[in-house]
Design a protein. Structure first.
Length: 333
């Protein structure tokens, strides 16, 4: 039985027209986005093997997943070769520390997961003749000099800055995925995900949405970095999951941007969270991290045209659902 808390995390109904996979492997499936992907695949009748070393996973996600019929957790670090006995027709490679707090704490693990982990996940897809999707990131655009960012933009990344362990790992993972498809003919695609938020984020993972919600619910000041004018595009997790599965069901190699083009400044985001929570919190400006991008907004012409995908959930709606989930967790139901 899925508990109330997990039902609160259920994000959108399955799409009946979507391709049916028999068995998918989701690396990083016990994490935030990965656990939603696993849940959606299970809802669609796909068996799921979730491969995760649990380095940044929340134990609740793991319990919710492994309690579901058709879901198996393989506790493994993807930087080491791994195999799955049962035939696999889809590999979603989502393993990687993703929040700055995590990848700054785990710099070498992040680089190795992007490089060795991607090599091993690609090898699994090749062995099974499965479709492979790499979860890349808008961070490959670095601090962009082009705005909004289309897939044709090559990015502006500091290769030796603190964030490079994540950005460069993903850039390498993209190059490896393209080379693998060329050399071995593996059916591989790349999605570049923009900042995704929603239920099941960890309140202390350092990303803006869960940090602001946690602070607002606790009546603490919301800590906005710099002057708060830097922008992000926030995509609700159900939209991200739909975009990833649309990409999986296509024959595109990509990369394809999956993100919400509604751009919002960090200060406006903080004010919106305060309004939606009804909190009496104020805002406190703190130092901006090194190499923090000034703007972030996807050009999603490609996803709209080739995948017939675009985000459906507005920021106020998605934030309200996320706040409701955080409140339910606080109450322990
Ligand atoms: P997350 O930290 O919640 O989940 C990552 C999962 O990967 C965790 O369960 C972790 O334990 C697992 N993992 C990490 N290294 C591993 C390894 N070597 N072997 C096995 N498991 C490993 O992060 P998330 O936000 O869910 O992100 C998931 C993926 O999506 C990442 O690849 C990330 O780069 C990508 N992405 C996320 C966002 C976002 O806004 N959430 C944006 C762009 C890209």
């Amino acid at each position: 039985m899925r508990g109330t808390r997990d039902r609160a995390a259920a994000v959108q109904p399955s799409r009946p027209d979507a391709p049916r996979y028999r068995h998918a492997v989701v690396t990083g499936g016990a994490g935030f986005v990965g656990s939603h992907l696993c849940a959606e695949l299970l809802d669609r009748g796909t068996e799921v093997t979730c491969v995760d070393d649990l380095c940044t996973a929340h134990p609740d996600h793991v319990r919710a997943l492994t309690g579901r019929p058709g879901c198996t957790l393989l506790r493994a670090d993807v930087t080491e070769p791994f195999s799955v006995a049962q035939p696999v027709d889809l590999v979603l490679h989502f393993a990687s520390p993703a929040s700055p707090a995590d990848y700054l704490r785990l710099p070498l693990h992040t680089l190795e997961t992007g490089s060795l982990g991607t090599r091993n996940a690609l090898a699994l897809a090749r062995e099974h003749g499965a479709r492979f999707i790499l979860a890349s990131t808008s961070e490959v655009y670095g601090d962009p000099l082009e705005h909004p960012q289309s897939e044709r933009y090559w990015g502006n990344v500091n290769p030796v800055g603190p964030r490079s362990v994540y950005d460069e790992a993903k850039r390498f993972a993209e190059a490896l995925t393209v080379a693998e498809a060329e050399v071995h003919g593996t059916d591989a695609g790349i999605v570049r995900l923009f900042n995704t938020y929603g239920p099941r984020m960890r309140g202390h993972d350092g990303r803006a949405v869960p940090t602001f919600i946690r602070q607002a619910l606790a009546g603490e000041p919301l800590t906005v970095t710099g002057d708060g004018r830097q922008t992000r595009s926030l995509t609700y997790v159900a939209d991200t999951v739909a975009g990833v599965l649309a990409m999986a069901g296509s024959e595109l190699r990509g990369p394809v941007n999956i993100g919400n083009p509604d751009e919002i400044s960090m200060l406006d985001l903080a004010r919106l969270v305060i309004r939606l929570t009804g909190s009496s919190s104020g805002v406190r400006l703190i130092d901006r991290p090194t190499d923090d991008p000034m703007v972030r907004c996807p050009d999603i012409t490609l996803a709209r045209g080739k995948l017939q995908w675009e985000p459906r959930v507005t920021a106020p709606d998605g934030l309200a659902r996320t706040i409701a989930w955080f409140r339910a967790r606080e109450r322990g139901d």
